[in-house]
Design a protein around this ligand. Structure first.
Ligand SMILES: Nc1ncnc2c1ncn2[C@@H]1O[C@H](COP(=O)(O)OP(=O)(O)O)[C@@H](O)[C@H]1O
Ligand SMILES: [Mg+2]
Length: 237
């Protein structure tokens, strides 16, 4: 990996949305640490705050209260330029609805983040091809999203997330629109990526998806609950 984030750390993170007179407390005091190389699932029902949490983890939004630090640096003290750099280079995003551009081939879709990063055309193409090969789509590079199955489209979006070689892969309900076969393929891909040292954070409401991660935390009404490890529970003999 070209860039590493050794640790993501949230302390007392709250997020309140104000729409007119109504205030929604989407996150109500989140403490969370994720170290390089972890594969974490954050699981909770609809409306529990998962997407809000993902947006903060991915530096797409900021907490109302509390701190979010990347390798010890408070994100709220970073400039917009630094944040854009983190979003473009250090974090890869995968969304439920793929978010691919319908008029572009798989290859062009995967090249896009490199266009924004100013990578020369020849390198772009090579790296996009390599990313598509990694997700098993070497033979579908010239297809447009509409000519691919849901599972294949999601693999294109994983390739797009990976093409910048980010330290962290952040996925919000990545299998929410997929059948069980395609879900299995995406989860296998995540396991392979994690085996090579990449940090993965998956947000899901599906227990099967959560169970495949190496660490699982639950979110309910904007609060996290992590099972206490048996060895650390202080049980008396
Ligand atoms: N932009 C927003 N403005 C106002 N309320 C929001 C906004 N985004 C999310 N919410 C509210 O915050 C809560 C958590 O939403 P969200 O993080 O999307 O949950 P999840 O992803 O778990 O379904 C919900 O009550 C939702 O209605
Ligand atoms: Mg959501």
């Amino acid at each position: 990996m070209s860039v590493v984030i050794h640790q993501l750390k949230m302390t007392g993170v709250r997020k309140t949305y104000s729409t007119g007179v109504v205030k929604v407390e989407a996150l109500r005091g989140i403490d969370l640490e994720v170290d390089q190389g972890e594969y974490l699932a954050i699981m909770g029902p609809s409306g529990s705050g998962k997407s809000t949490l993902m947006h903060i983890i991915g530096c797409l939004d900021v907490p109302t209260e509390g701190t979010y630090e990347l390798d010890g640096t408070d994100v709220s003290r970073m400039s917009e330029k630094e944040l854009a750099e983190i979003r473009n280079r250090k974090i890869g995003f995968v969304f439920q609805q793929f978010n691919l551009l319908a008029s572009l081939s798989a290859l062009r879709n995967v090249e896009l983040p490199l266009v924004y990063a100013g990578v020369p055309a020849h390198d772009r193409r090579e790296r996009a091809e390599a990313a598509l090969e990694k997700v098993g789509l070497a033979k579908r590079m010239q297809h447009r999203p509409g000519e691919l199955s849901g599972g294949q489209q999601q693999r294109v979006s994983v390739a797009r997330a990976l093409v910048t070689d980010p330290a962290v892969l952040l996925a919000d309900e990545p299998t929410g629109a997929l059948d069980s076969h395609s879900t299995g393929e995406i989860l296998e891909l995540f396991e392979d990526l994690n085996d090579t040292g990449r940090t993965i954070v998956v947000i899901t409401h599906e227990p099967d998806v959560g169970a495949r991660a190496r660490r699982l935390v639950h979110i309910h009404d904007g609060l996290l609950r992590e099972p206490v490890p048996v060895a650390a529970s202080g049980a008396t003999r």
